[in-house]
Design a protein around this ligand. Sequence first.
Ligand code: ZN
Ligand code: ZN
Length: 142
Amino acid sequence: MLQCTAVTVVPYFEALLALATMEGGPDHPPDVIATGDFLLCELGEHDESVEHAAHLWTADTPDDRDLWLLWTGTGTHRLYRLDVLPTCPAILRNFLTRTVTSCAYADHHHGPHSFSVTDPLGELISGHSGTGTGTGSGTDEP
Ligand SMILES: [Zn+2]
Ligand SMILES: [Zn+2]
């Protein structure tokens, strides 16, 4: 399955506040996000009834929790919320390579787990430079 192509601008001040107030958040939230940063939905392709989800921060706590931006709609019709959610417990074991890949999404997410979703953009980027960072600053739509 391909990754959802939805992109949205980070709600900067709300995100800073959420990072600053969450348990296990970053020491210096402005290092994590910048005004005008774009966030990509990381879920597999889905319809409009499902919220888009972009990962913002992995909490430094004993249990796995992440800060997510969840949104629906675009532009002035965008509705969003920032939420700290537990990590999806699903893992993929590959007995051939003896590797274990854990799902990168929040628990109870919609659709397939992250290891079943391919990111065409990420593969494009990694094909060029060798590494792909999840958060790009590109504004070009496909
Ligand atoms: Zn989406
Ligand atoms: Zn999952």
